[in-house]
Design a binder for this molecule. Structure first.
Ligand SMILES: [Zn+2]
Length: 806
């Protein structure tokens, strides 16, 4: 479109908030002199749209500028052969392992680093020593001791028993001790010879430790009624640190929040447990034939062809099992390929169900399984395994198809969840009477999706959790949101919807940190590392990039970095590289600052082109005049003054006494005809179009630039939504004026009508402003809140009805 015309304000009336009359503007020819007019907007010094320069590392041959692994990309490998015994009498883990470590880096390594995670629970760990907090008058003894002992996700670990690893030996394969130095949760093993490129080294370690009550990531749950334990065993063996092109050794201490950085490898694990236990673990069991009963084996065969979960151990059998304790042992042999970790669960109380299904319709069957104590029913039997399969299916659409042969959900705890390759420990427990609140049910389904979903981030797309929590939790919470929405319509997902992050984005800035903050320093952990990045991705998908471009790029990231170690820049760069959308401003705002979105529709000015048509101009003039004369004095004078002098006496009247200035005269028509002749065809069309021009002044009060989404409610009752990209702020990120032409007259403008940009103050989003919603208050009587467990109430009602019938 060529711009032949420019238009300028003729009528400089003040902003017409009631919006009754437009300001009239006249057509003028565009002359070079008008360039000065354009430059009236105040330019702000503004780096919002500058490309991320120093914030991202310089691309190199390990990691390219496109976000893909480079031609020299390398990663290490560690294979483990482990024999472990679970001591059910003392709740101890006793293990021996042979580690084969492969150096594919270009660098010779004279020492290697091994992680001893359980040492976090020792009294001298950074976690224990760096705890802060004062005394308050009503402290429990647990809280008091918690001031100085290591903590867990769920509170303080009981340190009455010795905690941490007891390392029995570190030897080479000839049986000679290797010099090793333990620095809290890290152990350096000095190699007799440097390990050069493409060489491997083998060594063996023996260890043991006392397990703790389930503390959020692993441990046991004790059941007093039958004196049995359910065991959930994780980060239970000395594991290799990551050595890479970015950090060298990632040997940052395990302080508690920053989870794990681990290398891929192959595992052979022999797990010895009481012979009445059922074991599930990362990988595939190699000796089901030996460890299972004939009936269990038959049921597994059935489950391998089923499309609904089949019970391998029933609730009745689990209850029966828990009545006695066998003192015989049995060894379950597991193998897992290309995994970054290994975990298992073991108990004589487990109910076990499974199905092996063709999840992706490609002929490859994958086991979905669950183990749970009877305390998990009826929820677990009804939902868990189906939710596992659903997770694999939906994540497969947004990332890659699940490559492993099995995925397991274990009911480990009333609340929370924790992820390991192929196996996860999850909460969500009904009341003892079998009823549950809707929250418990949704929470259980959500947590299973989340923890099984972690197979993709970080188990396969293997980011460094010790450094960046958001890279797995944020991306996973986003995929969890997508998966939940496919589980049930309008599933009330906790994280993902922009409106759900608003209260966090409104927080006191001193209580916030950018997403790009190391895991240990993050405050408001759930919002910072889960909610905000998940929301950011959802906004990219729905509002900034659109579903098609986003989905392609996100999938590309998953494909590029599956079974590799991505860093933040690899994600940022891939999302741009595969979509052709400049997102540097988005990463900068959402990931490197704590700013929020608050768009303020401060003012709207209404302009319409001066048609100069006397029929229109004079009619509008009359209407305005009539409105103008409707003052209180005039209204009262009409009755209070029966006659004026002029009315009473004809001789005081003249031409102007009856002149109507709003009547269209033949001269008016001639002048209009003459004017039309001066216009070209295009100009004439424009003048006759009757266009309205609305100039919206929008202020960016929150700091984060975002697309501008405007709903126009027209006088005729119809609506239209127009969208402008975030680049609308590229020359001035403080205040802009956007002019929207429309034939219809607008009654009201509303910004962000679908709550898609996490605007923290929607009271300034409408023009004219909307009245504030009332604050509701209750007459104080007594608590009459709705029940959180209507299922229980319904059951009580049912019982009462039954009693009445008797
Ligand atoms: Zn998680």
């Amino acid at each position: 479109m060529t711009r032949t015309f420019f238009w300028a304000v003729e009528n400089k009336s003040t902003a017409n908030r009631k919006g009754v009359y437009p300001k009239i503007i006249a057509l003028l020819s565009l002359l070079p002199v008008f360039t000065s007019f354009i430059a009236t907007a105040q330019l702000q010094s503004n780096r919002v749209f500058e490309q991320l320069g120093t914030e991202l590392p310089t691309p190199n041959t390990y990691r390219t500028g496109s976000g893909a692994p480079g031609r020299d990309y390398f990663q290490q490998k560690a294979d483990y052969s482990i024999k472990v015994e679970l001591d059910d009498v003392n709740q101890r883990i006793i293990g021996e392992e042979v580690v084969t470590y492969y150096n594919y880096s270009p660098d010779p390594l004279s020492y290697i680093w091994v992680q001893l995670d359980m040492n976090m629970f020792k009294d001298n760990s950074i976690n224990a020593l760096s705890k802060t907090g004062g005394i308050d008058e009503k402290m429990t003894s647990g809280q008091l001791s918690g001031l100085q002992s290591a903590n867990s996700v769920y509170g303080d670990v009981d340190n009455s028993r010795e905690r941490g690893y007891d390392i029995k030996y570190v030897k080479n394969m000839a049986g000679r001790d290797l010099k090793h130095t333990i620095n809290s949760t890290m152990m350096r093993i000095d190699l007799p010879e440097p390990l050069t490129t493409n060489q491997s080294v083998q060594f063996q370690i023996a260890w043991s430790y006392n397990m703790a009550d389930y503390y959020g990531r692993s441990g046991y749950e004790y059941f007093e009624e039958d004196g049995n334990y359910n065991y959930f065993v994780a980060h239970w063996f000395p594991r290799m640190c990551v050595y890479d092109d970015v950090n060298g050794w990632q040997n940052k201490q395990f302080v508690g929040n920053g989870e794990f950085a681990l290398v891929f490898g192959d595992y052979e694990v022999e797990i010895t447990v009481p012979d009445d236990h059922v074991v599930v673990a990362t990988g595939e069991c190699q000796n089901w034939d030996k460890v299972l009963t004939r009936t269990q084996k038959k049921r597994l065969d059935e489950a391998s062809k089923a499309t609904d979960p089949v019970l391998i151990v029933t609730q009745e059998e689990a209850i029966e099992n828990s009545k006695t304790k066998s003192d015989k042992k049995q060894t379950w042999k597991y193998k897992a390929s290309n995994v970054r970790d290994f975990a298992f669960a073991s108990s004589r109380r487990f109910i076990w169900d499974a199905m092996q299904t063709d999840v992706y319709g490609n002929g490859r069957k994958i086991w979905s399984m669950s183990v749970y104590p009877k305390e998990g029913n009826p929820l677990w039997g009804q939902y868990s395994t189906k939710v596992v399969e659903h997770t694999l299916k939906t994540y497969g659409k947004s990332t890659i198809e699940y490559p492993y042969p099995v995925a397991i959900s274990c009911h480990a705890t009333p609340r929370g969840g924790m992820e390991y390759p192929m196996i996860s420990f999850n909460g969500g427990r009904p009341e003892a009477d079998g009823t549950y609140s809707e929250n418990v049910k949704r929470g259980m389904i959500g947590v299973i999706i989340h923890e099984v979903g972690h197979n993709f981030f970080p188990m396969i797309i293997n980011s460094d959790e010790r450094q960046w929590t958001w890279m797995d939790e944020g991306l996973n919470s986003f995929c969890q949101y997508l998966s939940e929405q496919e589980w049930s319509r309008d599933f009330p997902s906790r994280r993902g919807e922009p409106k759900n992050i608003v209260s966090y984005m409104r927080s006191d800035p001193s209580q916030m940190q950018p997403i790009m903050t190391n895991s240990e320093q993050v405050i408001q952990f759930g919002n910072n590392a889960y909610g905000k990045p998940a929301t950011a991705l959802n906004i990219l998908r729905e509002t900034v990039m659109g579903r098609e471009l986003f989905d392609y790029a996100f999938k590309e990231y998953a494909k590029r970095w599956a079974f590799k170690h991505p860093k933040p820049a690899d994600f940022f760069r891939t999302m741009e590289d595969a979509s052709g959308v400049d997102l540097d401003w988005f990463w900068r705002g959402w990931f490197y600052t704590t700013e929020a979105v608050d768009q303020d529709l401060a003012e709207v000015e209404w302009f319409s082109l001066d048609t100069q048509n006397p029929e229109i101009v004079k009619a509008e003039g009359r209407a305005e005049h009539e409105k103008d004369t409707e003052t209180i004095a005039n209204i009262r004078n009409r009755t209070d003054i029966p006659q004026t002098v002029e009315e009473a006496d004809e001789k005081y009247r003249d031409f102007y006494s009856s002149y109507d200035p709003y009547e269209v005269t033949p001269q008016d028509k001639q002048r209009y005809e003459a004017y039309l002749k001066t216009l070209s065809e295009d100009e004439r069309k424009l003048v006759e179009s009757g266009m309205n021009y609305y100039a919206l002044k929008v202020k960016n009060k929150g700091g984060l630039v975002m697309p501008l989404i405007v709903k126009m409610e027209f006088e005729d009752g119809t609506e239209e939504v127009v969208r402008f990209p975030a680049e609308i702020w590229r020359k001035n990120n403080i205040e802009i004026t956007k002019t929207i032409p429309t034939k219809k007259r607008v009654k009201k403008f509303v910004l962000d009508p679908y709550q898609e940009i996490a605007d923290i103050d929607d009271s300034n989003n409408a023009f004219p402003r909307e009245p504030e919603k009332p604050t509701r208050f209750q007459l104080y009587k007594s608590s009459s809140r709705a029940s959180t467990n209507p299922m229980q109430e319904a059951r009580q009602n049912g019982a009462a009805a039954t009693q009445g019938a008797d």
